[in-house]
Design a protein around this ligand. Structure first.
Ligand code: UD1
Ligand code: UDP
Length: 360
């Protein structure tokens, strides 16, 4: 079995690491597209999570404008990946999630006659503003093996009549939490001073690329009058500065900005905080993991992770300023009512490898 695994952004590295580390180095080729290029968004995770066999590291032309350069970047990745796939000729190319890296890899792979394996298949937000939704739909329909985290994801794929075979496996994000939580205490670099706080992340294009929406979110967070710790995604930092909103946060009494933090620090913050407020996909899953079990207020109007909402781990609060402030205040001291975590028990990577071994 010869497997190529492609990853390009922070969440892909985190969620593919459990698979990469269980595969023999001799039968796997790991390719990094460089979609995320800052150390804090890429190499930091590759190093921390112990991915030692990074076989190819692509260098991409830097985007000047996320919207108009998107197609160019996808094209560039496809051309560079096709050269690598042709050279190594794997039995399958494994991709995870819904990023531009995933779309580029899947198209390149199928056009090189190599079957695509899609980890985290069948998620749908039905929100066509999201580039991620375009990517998910396209990749699911050209994949040969679809690893659906939940039964609901399988139902969605079956209804869409996808071409490939579907397997319900859970989500590797839970494996990542379970496998790394034991390292937190000895490796964390965050000070112990943060107590009674909300952990915030924010990066989705629909939220940060629109000045009015971003400004409303920031106002809601400030008006919550609750202590907030905010590891800042580089896209959000750029937009806050562009829209003249950065000083509003630095002048606020309740929000502390951090650079994007490493995975162990993130696990530490997730475990220690009272509440999470986020528009992240991965964090909605990780919050359900047995070692975390925290409520996430989701700064979005749609979600492709309905299971997290149905089990009470996530609540969609949208982007209205006063709703954000009141929801934070309401949930801050309310412990989560216990419910079953929907994304598996941390054995997803093992299941996926066993299926691939049988099928290819
Ligand atoms: C991408 C994914 C998104 C995922 C997120 C994880 C797509 C369409 N989006 O969004 O699904 O949730 O990664 O974080 O693939 N930037 C930097 N340094 C970096 C990376 C990005 O400064 O290391 C800035 C650049 O200005 C860049 C912008 O962020 O143009 C957007 O980066 P991009 O990778 O296109 O999208 P993300 O918002 O990171
Ligand atoms: N994460 C991290 N440091 C941060 C912010 C997020 O390690 O400063 C982790 C988080 O725990 C999760 C993943 O990055 O595993 C989520 O990435 P992101 O929110 O950027 O992308 P999404 O999941 O929305 O695609």
């Amino acid at each position: 079995m010869k497997i190529a695994i492609v990853m390009g952004t922070r969440p892909e590295i985190i969620k593919l690491a459990p698979i990469i580390k269980k595969l023999p180095k001799s039968s796997s080729t790991v390719i990094f597209t460089g979609q995320h290029y800052d150390y804090e968004m890429s190499l930091q995770f590759i190093n921390q999570l112990g991915i030692q066999n990074l076989d190819y590291k692509i260098k991409l032309t830097k985007l000047q404008n996320t919207t108009t350069d998107r197609a160019t970047q996808i094209g560039e990745m496809m051309i560079k990946l096709a050269k690598i796939f042709t050279k190594i000729n794997p039995d399958t190319v494994v991709v995870q999630g819904d990023t531009n890296t995933v779309l580029s890899s899947a198209i390149s792979s199928i056009k090189c006659s190599i079957p695509v394996s899609h980890v985290e298949a069948g998620l749908r937000s039905y929100d066509w503003r999201m580039p991620e939704e375009h990517n998910r739909v396209a990749v699911d329909h050209i994949s040969e093996f679809l690893f659906a985290p939940t039964k609901l994801n399988k139902t969605i794929l079956t209804k869409e009549n996808v071409h490939g075979k579907i397997f319900v496996t859970g989500n590797t994000s839970i494996d990542a939490v379970c496998e790394n939580i034991k390292n937190v205490e000895k490796t964390k670099t965050i000070s112990d001073d943060f107590d009674d706080f909300v952990l915030l992340t924010l990066h989705r294009g629909e939220n940060v690329d629109d000045k009015n929406i971003l400004s409303g979110i920031i106002n809601g967070l400030i008006n919550s009058n609750t202590k907030i710790v905010f590891p800042l995604h580089p896209r959000t930092l750029k937009k806050l500065k562009l829209f003249g909103l950065f000083s509003k946060i630095t002048n606020s009494k309740n929000i502390t900005i951090l650079p994007p933090v490493g995975y162990f620090d993130m696990l530490y913050l997730m475990r220690k905080c009272n509440l999470i407020v986020s528009d992240s996909g991965g964090i909605q899953e990780e919050s359900t993991a047995p070692p975390i079990r925290k409520k996430v207020l989701v700064l979005r109007t749609s979600t492709e992770r309905i299971e997290a909402v149905e089990t009470g781990f996530a609540e969609m609060i949208g982007v209205n300023s006063s709703k954000i402030a009141s929801s934070i205040r309401k949930n801050f001291n309310n412990p989560l009512k216990l419910s079953k975590n929907p994304y598996g028990s941390g054995k997803t990577s093992k299941k996926i490898i066993e299926i691939l071994k049988k099928k290819i």
